[in-house]
Design a protein around this ligand. Structure first.
Ligand SMILES: *Cc1c(COP(=O)(O)O)cnc(C)c1O
Length: 375
């Protein structure tokens, strides 16, 4: 029950267990071509979606090296650990970053981006995280897209825990670059990351002079046009991706998003019914993960340990300054209502044993009411 790595469906595990095939074969090309088309569906885009052998951070880095040149001015929005990662990447590659920093329990203000773009017409990019996994905060990338679309800057969106969990309309919302990672909503093991690139972003790629080789989008696009990859791909993971995307197509994107919002609602109402306080603000709560404040006088790190050691339920703790202060229940990917009910039940037992006073059963009951359609 963490926001990644997430559970892998048996269908996907079995697909990945097939004997190895060579990647320069019609069979592999067919699998890659179909998966790449299905990714467009999941990203709601007509743009090419490139797939790389790396974790999510790899495609974040690929966006920086493919779009920009040293000294380029960019806006980096940061209200959590992954926004900070964009800041670190910008610094590592010598970009001139205007950092818009926010408290971790608040959303990125689109008006701040509008103001900076107006004051700095030479800005080349805006980097933002849609679903901040460290805090559960959902940033309004639709509103940001509306602002950036008329400016020369390209909009780069880390939707690594957004894709397949929350509404995301790459083309309609003018999101130039959107990325995700395999171990999140795509229900795969870690090791793949995907990125969609708009025409506006491809124009920026032409001008970029930062060094790149393995993560060159241009190489990736040329190969994809021939239904292949520039280098040896992680064949088993791509086969698994094909299977996962087939499952996602069968469920349908809209229903996937609905399922996630119901799981998130049940988790939130369950936690609140237990007297717990939610971390993310009411105007920005995503459906990938629900962070909750650890109640006073309870050891948050011990709680996470106990959930796992005693009840076999893996939840996540807080990151950075929130370590021990919040815990995070992931519900992104291959989860259903009973995963949430089990987790809330385990949480109730742990908290009861740790001396937290509340009405046992209240959290589970509130979640059941959501799943029965009563709330
Ligand atoms: C998981 C995640 C990443 C990438 O992390 P990796 O460990 O490199 O896969 C980036 N951004 C967000 C929002 C994430 O949730």
């Amino acid at each position: 029950m963490t926001p990644g790595p997430t559970p892998v469906p048996p269908e996907v595990l079995l697909a990945q267990a097939q004997p190895m095939i060579h990647h320069r074969t019609p069979k592999f090309s067919e699998i890659l071509a179909k998966a790449s088309e299905d990714l467009k569906y999941i990203f709601s885009t007509k743009n090419d979606v490139l797939t790389f052998a790396c974790s999510g951070t790899g495609v974040m880095e690929s966006a920086v090296v493919n779009l920009f040149s040293a000294g380029d001015k960019v806006i980096v929005c940061s209200n959590g650990k992954f926004g900070q990662r964009f800041d670190q990447l910008a610094a590592a590659y010598g970009l001139n970053a205007i950092s818009l920093e926010y408290d971790w329990d608040t959303v990125v203000e689109p008006a701040d981006i509008a103001r900076e773009l107006k004051a700095n017409p030479d800005i080349k990019g805006v980097l933002v995280v849609q679903s901040e996994t460290s805090t559960g905060v959902l940033n309004d990338v639709k509103a940001i897209g509306e602002i950036v679309k008329d400016h020369q800057a390209v909009l780069v969106v880390d939707s690594i825990t957004g894709v397949g969990a929350v509404e995301l309309r790459t083309d309609d919302w003018h999101l130039d670059v959107v990325m995700t990672g395999s171990q999140k909503g795509l229900m795969l093991p870690p090791g793949l990351a995907c990125v969609s690139v708009s025409d506006k972003a491809w124009a920026a790629v032409e001008k970029s002079t930062l060094p790149k080789f393995y993560f060159s989008w241009t190489k990736g696009r040329k190969a994809l046009a021939k239904s292949t990859t520039p280098f040896t791909p992680p064949v088993s993971l791509i086969i698994g991706l094909g299977e996962a995307l087939t499952m996602m197509r069968e469920e349908g994107l809209e229903d996937i998003i609905k399922r996630h919002s119901k799981l998130a609602l049940a988790t939130r109402l369950g936690a609140e019914a237990m007297g717990l306080k939610l971390f993310a603000p009411a105007n920005g709560r995503g459906s990938a993960v629900t962070p909750v404040w650890v109640p006073e006088n309870i050891d948050g790190k011990e709680l996470v340990k106990k959930m796992s050691a005693k009840y076999g339920i893996t939840i996540a703790g807080g990151q950075e300054h929130l370590a021990g202060k919040i815990f995070r229940i992931g519900h992104l990917g291959y989860f259903d209502q009973f995963d949430i009910l089990t987790t809330l039940a385990g949480l109730e037992m742990c908290l009861t044993e740790m001396g937290y006073g509340f009405e046992a059963g209240s959290g589970v009951r509130a979640a059941e009411e959501v799943f029965m359609g009563l709330k």
